[in-house]
Design a protein around this ligand. Structure first.
Ligand SMILES: [Zn+2]
Length: 215
C-alpha cells in the first residue's frame, strides 16, 4: 500500500517548475493541492463507521464542511480532476488506519445519460487512483441501469424509492471489496449499490465515502 500514488517523482519535478497553489484559497504551496491551513479545517468524523451488518460495512471519512464541500464541488463541477487523487489518498490513509485490506475497488456508477452530461464520473476517478495506491483491481462491473431523479430535495422515503433497482452488476468482483463515493447523505444510494453487489457475490464489502453530510 502506497497512499502517495504513483508518478511522485514527476510530480515533484513539476512542483519545482510550476509551484502549485492551494485549490481552495489560492495560496502558494510547495507541493500538493491543498495548503496546511485549509487542510486543518477538514474535520475527521468521530464515528466514521456509519453502520455494518454482517459483511457489509459503511464508512465516511470527513464531515461535509467548509474545505471538504469545496473539494467535492471543485472535483465534480469544476472538473479539477487532480483532486480525485487527493481524495483517494485520504481514503487510502483511512483504510490503512482501520486495517481494511481489499482485493477490488468499485465505485458508484452513473447512467450513460449522466455520464454524457458531466463528461466523467468523479467516483470512478477516485476509485482508479485508489486501486493504483492499493495495488488492487478496479471493478467496472457495477452499472446504473435506471435513470433517477436528483436525490437532493427528495425525502428519505423518496430517495429510497428513487434509487430502488437502479444498479446491476456484471461479473463477480473478488472480495474483500471497497466501493467509493464522494458524499454520503441518507445512504440510500450506498445501500442500493452494496445490495446489488452482495446479491451476486457474498463478499466483504466496505463502502467508504470521502465525506458525510450531517444536518
Ligand atoms: Zn488553502
Amino acid at each position: 500500500m502506497n497512499c502517495s500514488g504513483k508518478n511522485s517523482l514527476t510530480d515533484a519535478i513539476l512542483d519545482i517548475i510550476f509551484p502549485p497553489h492551494c485549490l481552495i484559497c489560492g495560496k502558494r504551496i510547495r507541493s500538493g493541492v491543498i495548503c496546511a491551513e485549509c487542510e486543518s479545517r477538514m474535520e475527521f468524523l468521530n464515528y466514521p463507521l456509519i453502520e455494518h451488518t454482517g459483511k457489509k460495512h459503511f464508512y465516511a471519512v470527513f464531515r461535509y464542511g467548509e474545505t471538504v464541500s469545496e473539494i467535492v464541488k471543485l472535483l465534480k463541477f469544476g472538473k479539477r480532476k487532480v483532486l480525485a487523487s487527493y481524495v483517494a489518498k485520504t481514503i487510502c490513509n483511512f483504510m490503512q488506519k482501520e486495517n481494511i485490506e481489499v482485493k477490488t475497488v468499485g465505485y458508484v456508477p452513473m447512467s450513460l445519460r449522466e455520464l454524457k452530461k458531466r463528461g466523467f464520473n468523479q467516483s470512478r476517478l477516485i476509485a482508479l487512483h485508489l486501486s493504483e495506491m492499493l495495488g488492487a483491481k478496479l471493478f467496472d462491473g457495477i452499472k446504473k441501469v435506471k435513470e433517477t431523479e436528483k436525490q437532493v430535495g427528495l425525502s428519505r422515503t423518496g430517495r429510497i424509492a428513487n434509487v430502488k433497482g437502479a444498479f446491476s452488476v456484471k461479473g463477480s468482483p473478488e472480495g474483500p471489496m471497497v466501493i467509493v463515493d464522494d458524499v454520503f447523505t441518507t445512504g440510500s444510494t450506498a445501500h442500493e449499490v452494496v445490495k446489488a453487489v452482495y446479491g451476486k457475490n457474498k463478499i466483504d464489502i466496505f463502502f467508504i465515502a470521502f465525506s458525510r453530510r450531517i444536518d
